[in-house]
Each structure stands twice: as C-alpha cells, then as structure tokens.
Write a protein of this length. Structure first.
Length: 343
C-alpha cells in the first residue's frame, strides 16, 4: 500500500477511534540504545498526528548539535490501539526526516530500505524473554514451563496477551522460562520490519501492564548473577512464494545451509548490534543455555544456531540464539537479515 493510501485509511481510522473514546496518540521511536522515546498527542483532527513533530535529534544520538532539528513523521501502518492508564490509547512508530527526506542513518529507515531490495521473502519470529519483578526482585520460584495455581503471574500474562491481540499483534504462545519469574512471549512470524515494530510495541505494552499491577518487566540481558539471562532468539525462514526454501520435508536444504553459514560468518562482526552492552556478555556464559561458541546444531540448545526439531524432522525455522533484547531492535534485525541474505 502506497503512503497516500495509508494516509487515507488512517483518516478513516482516526474518526472511528475518536468515536470509541481514543483521545491520546503516542508517536514513538527507538533510539540507538533501545530506549522508546516519543510524544503524547491529543489531536483534534488526523492531520495533527500525520504532520509529525520536531525533535532534537542530537539528544537521541542521530545528528550533530549544530544542526540537530529533525521531524518524526508517524508511519500510519504501525497504528496499534491498546489499553493504558490514559484509557484506550493509539500508538504509532515514526520515521526521522531531515530536510524533507528520510534520515538515511535512522535504523528503521535502513531496515525498511534493505528489506525492499530483496527478490524473495524472509520471515522472522522472536522469543522475547523478560523477568517479571517487584521492587526489582523475582516474585516466583518457578522454572521452565512452570504452571502453578499459586502464582498471580498467569493473570498478568493473560492480560498482556489480550491487550496485544486487541491491538492486532498475534501472539502464538507464552510460558514460564528457566529462571524464577522469567517469562517468554512469542509474536507470530512477520516480515523483518513488522517484527521489529511489534517488538517495540510489545516492550511498551508489557511495561505498561506490569506497572499497573505494581510490577516491573525487565528485558536486561543478565539482570541476576547465577540466573539465566534474557535472550531474543530470532527464528528465520526463507520463502519463494509459499515454499520454505530453507527447510523442506523436515531437512535443511542447501539454501538453508548457506543461511546458517551467513549467520555464522557475520556473528562476530554484528555482535555490537545483536549484543550491544557489557551486560550482554554476562549472559553468554556456560551453564545457562546461552551460546558461548560460534557453532550450529540440530536441536542443540548449547549452540549459537539451532535447527529446532518437530514431529517429522526439522520444524521449519533456523533459530539464531545469540541476540538479546538490549539495544536497537531495527539494527539487530537488520544484522540478521543481512547475514541471511549474504549467506
């Protein structure tokens, strides 16, 4: 859909949302450190949203202080509506513009443009891990796939999933992870840009939902010494039409092997993007199902790249286990896409 068509569609949606009681619009971006920044608007007409707003791009790391004015223009295709303490709230992700043109170093622009240049379809899914805490301490003693009638956390997870799906984000599953009070939420496979946008939104939604319940959700790669870290495993599949050309009939294809080779070859180069903080490397330690070697294997959770196994051979994706939730998701996804394509 061309931008002109999406703008017309947004104008219709704006009036519908106004009738449903939506008063506030969050127009956001993600900076290089992964922080979600933005402005809350109370628009009277759709143009009040669509025109965007001026930002100090120096303070968010994108332009020099001497020439730091930029415009954040919302992408209408990213519209999500979810429940917050402000009531029903609209959320959009914007693109940075400088002198009337997209800022070419803005990570979302880089990912969008690189995605457009491909002749085949890459789909990506994610395993977004986080700890649910109170006063920054775990609130249960559960472990992997733990289900307990004595935990209130299931109510939090159910509420988060309902809110996500009300906003149009399909969640395939959620479960307790290995660490105490550690959880994982799995949005369904999307294009690289769509997945990156959904991860940004899901982080915001999980923070909001946790706060309402007097809790905190932390995506820090290694928040606790001696406990498992939080990963952001990326599942990659490569398609020609409806055909998965990386995994066929339960086995990896030659194309799939080249994808694995690309991820292996560029893993060190792109570690700055997939694992961007000092804390990231505290997660990459033996004994916690986190990768410590540049390796791949079939069904092996100690490897950096894993080929998940289903009922009839391989299940259809290539799981890249190195990334964590810290930093800018668009650069992270771009590095995985680039490695996939180069392979």
């Amino acid at each position: 859909m061309h931008r002109e068509e999406t703008i017309e569609e947004f104008k219709k949606q704006f009036n519908e949302l106004r009738n449903k009681g939506v008063k506030f619009y969050e127009v956001a971006l993600q900076d290089l450190h992964g922080h979600i920044r933005g402005r809350i608007l109370k628009p009277e007409k759709p143009e009040d949203v669509l025109k965007g707003y001026r930002v100090d791009a120096y303070s968010i790391g994108f332009l020099p202080i001497e020439d730091s004015d930029a415009m954040l223009i919302p992408d209408p295709t990213t519209l999500k509506v979810y429940r917050t303490r402000m009531g029903l709230t609209a959320f959009l992700i914007g693109d940075l513009y400088k002198d009337g043109k997209p800022l070419d170093i803005y990570p979302r622009t880089l990912l969008r443009e690189y995605s457009r240049s491909k002749n085949y379809r890459v789909l990506m899914g994610a395993e977004l891990e986080f700890y649910l805490t109170k006063n920054h301490r775990p609130i249960d003693n559960g472990s992997y796939m733990y289900l307990s009638p004595y935990s209130n956390n299931s109510a939090f997870l159910a509420e988060a999933i309902i809110r996500a799906e009300e906003a149009g984000v399909a969640i395939s599953a959620t479960h307790h992870e290995v660490g105490p009070s550690q959880y994982e939420i799995l949005p369904e496979a999307r294009t690289p840009l769509e997945l990156a946008d959904e991860v940004v939104f899901l982080k915001k939604l999980l923070w909001e939902t946790a706060y309402e319940k007097g809790l905190e959700a932390t995506f820090m790669p290694k928040p606790y010494k001696g406990l498992p870290g939080n990963g952001l495993h990326i599942h990659v599949s490569l398609h020609n039409g409806e055909r998965n050309i990386a995994i066929e009939e339960g086995e990896i294809t030659e194309t799939g092997k080249r994808v694995v080779g690309g991820l292996l070859s560029y893993s060190s180069t792109f570690a700055l993007l997939t694992n961007p903080t000092v804390n990231s490397y505290k997660r990459l330690a033996p004994g916690f199902e986190a990768p410590v070697y540049i390796s791949w294997g079939r069904g092996n959770r100690t490897t950096m790249i894993r080929l998940p196994v289903g009922l009839k051979g391989l299940s259809g994706t290539i799981e890249y286990r190195l990334p964590d939730p810290a930093g800018n998701i668009y650069l992270k996804i771009l590095s995985v896409l680039y490695s996939t394509v180069k392979g």
